[in-house]
Ligand binder design. Structure first.
Ligand SMILES: Cc1cc2nc3c(=O)[nH]c(=O)nc-3n(C[C@H](O)[C@H](O)[C@H](O)COP(=O)(O)OP(=O)(O)OC[C@H]3O[C@@H](n4cnc5c(N)ncnc54)[C@H](O)[C@@H]3O)c2cc1C
Length: 482
């Protein structure tokens, strides 16, 4: 497609964007656009321009303009997405929310926060701590990802086991639709009369509208926290322990698994306190009143010891706990110490199937000769096999994508599904028929049409259209993919 900026019409459009957001808030030179070409996934797509609005009014004006001119648009938060969601459609522009990053209000009595979409997840949580409150959904990318991106992907995180994913914490939102009109869903109350459009919008992957203001639920900080590190000789016994803990009727705040390869990666870059000779470790966190945490903690320890660990450690001091979590949340980045690239498969399986699914993942690893690291939300059955590779080797990426599809098939065959938290985006759209019929997807498309009848927002995502993964013409240097 001819570049938008090579024509007089395109130059006029850029001038009109500048008139709305200011000269310095529009970029279109290819070298400036490089970092906007990708997210955390393996797909690529160069936007024609990126526009950085600072208010709902500016977003609305930009959208009205692109609508009139027939230009596709994709919203962009921090670009940490792992399914290609923020990658621009051909001929499209990105609207980046990095300048809309203010926490507008924290209502301590009603325990709500109202934010602009570019606020970083951890910044809200840290700010809420001043008032004895917290924002519970905590993706491992929380120090970088935006709340707008979290809503679009219905992000999860270690503590979503007990508190639910983003959708359980969104009360209301202001949204700009594809034609620039501004609408509001929900409010600051928990219940909404009529259709629950805030629930429908959450997880819509940027295809329904762009959220410009969001009201979120805050929770009180817990009185006591206790973190257990269960150390196991192998993945099988760690999986047994997951079932044992849940089987005791305990729902911890978090229950995460880190396998041997991931432990090696973490310990390569920091000492998180994970033993390097372990086959797998479980990180289990309990929160609540002191008495409750002590009582349930004794049950957790008993359940862990039933499953053949080599050791069970308890971390009660804040710095010791923080260290364990820095290791877990930094594990994906640490994989860079083992291989230049990874391809993360986000699948969900029933918890009871964890052992057999991970055995099959190990078989796929052997079949393709690809190292696979597993670091994941075990309590939710939300697997994250990370296929390690070197993108510089010819054919490596194509092999990885094929092996990833096999992992996905294993998850679906085990009664699971395609994604727990990263969305479908570009990455999994051709796999949608594994779990949805044409009729199922037809209903989803009709819902999208109610919000975006012209499909001008993030087109080409979620639904299969035969455009299988195409390797990009220009490869980034290794290490550029997260
Ligand atoms: C190391 C690492 C660890 C991760 N761990 C987790 C995890 O534990 N849990 C988890 O859920 N995810 C995780 N992710 C994935 C990613 O961080 C999340 O999907 C996150 O929600 C994306 O936020 P973002 O701001 O980066 O969005 P982007 O990647 O910029 O965009 C994601 C989608 O959101 C849309 N979007 C952005 N802003 C808006 C808006 N204002 N209105 C409407 N649509 C919008 C985009 O169009 C796109 O479709 C991880 C990623 C990395 C790299």
């Amino acid at each position: 497609m001819e570049s938008m900026v090579s024509t007089g019409a395109a130059r006029r459009l850029l001038d009109e964007f500048r008139a709305i957001v200011g000269d310095e808030n529009v970029i279109h030179h290819p070298e400036d656009l490089l970092v906007f070409e990708y997210d955390g996934s393996v797909d690529r797509g160069m936007p024609e321009a990126v526009v950085f609005p600072s208010s709902t009014e500016e977003v609305s004006q930009v959208m009205a303009l692109t609508y009139k001119e027939g230009v596709p648009v994709v919203g962009r938060g921090a670009g940490t997405g792992l399914s290609g969601g923020a990658i621009a459609p051909p001929g499209g522009i990105q609207i980046s929310f990095t300048r809309m990053n203010r926490i507008l209000d924290v209502d301590t009595e009603n325990r709500t926060a109202t934010v602009e979409p570019g606020v970083i997840n951890l910044d809200l949580d840290t700010y809420a701590h001043r008032f004895g409150l917290r924002y519970a959904p905590d993706p491992s990318s929380q120090s970088a990802c935006s709340l707008g991106g979290n809503i679009a992907e219905n992000a999860g995180g270690p503590h979503c086991l007990a508190y639910g994913t983003t959708t359980n914490h969104v009360l209301g939102m202001e949204v700009v639709l594809e034609d620039g009109s501004v609408v509001n869903f929900g409010g600051s109350a928990r219940e909404v009369p009529g259709y629950d459009l805030r629930g429908v919008f959450t997880g819509s992957e940027g295809t329904f509208g762009l959220a410009t203001k969001i009201t979120l639920r805050l929770l009180p900080l817990p009185e006591a926290v206790k973190t257990f590190l269960g150390i196991f000789p192998d993945v099988d016994s760690a999986c047994t322990a997951v079932s044992a803990v849940i089987g005791h009727g305990i729902v911890p705040a978090a229950l995460e698994m880190i396998d041997a390869l991931s432990i090696k990666a973490v310990q390569n870059v920091m000492d998180a306190g994970y033993p390097e000779d372990a086959g797998a470790v479980l990180l289990i966190e309990l929160e609540g009143l002191q008495e409750e945490v002590d009582e349930i903690g004794a049950e957790v320890e008993a359940a862990l010891w039933e499953s053949g660990p080599t050791q069970v450690r308890v971390a009660e001091a804040a710095d010791e706990r923080a260290n364990l979590w820095v290791g877990r949340k930094g594990a994906l980045g640490a994989l860079g110490s083992i291989a230049p690239n990874y391809y993360l498969v986000d699948g969900v399986v029933p918890r009871t199937q964890l052992t057999q699914v991970l055995r099959q993942v190990a078989r796929i690893s052997e079949k393709y000769g690809i190292p696979i690291a597993n670091v994941f939300h075990a309590g939710d059955g939300n697997l994250h096999p990370c296929l390690l590779f070197d993108e510089r080797k010819p054919g490596a990426l194509e092999t990885i994508v094929q092996a990833g599809a096999e992992v996905m098939q294993v998850c679906v065959d085990a009664g699971g599904t395609l994604t727990g938290e990263h969305g479908v985006g570009l990455e999994k759209k051709e796999l949608m028929p594994l779990v949805f019929s044409d009729e199922d997807m037809g209903v989803m498309i009709r819902v999208r049409e109610a919000f975006a009848p012209d499909n001008r927002l993030n087109p080409g995502k979620i639904f299969p259209d035969g455009s299988h993964y195409q390797p990009p013409a220009r490869r980034p240097e290794p290490g550029m993919t997260i």
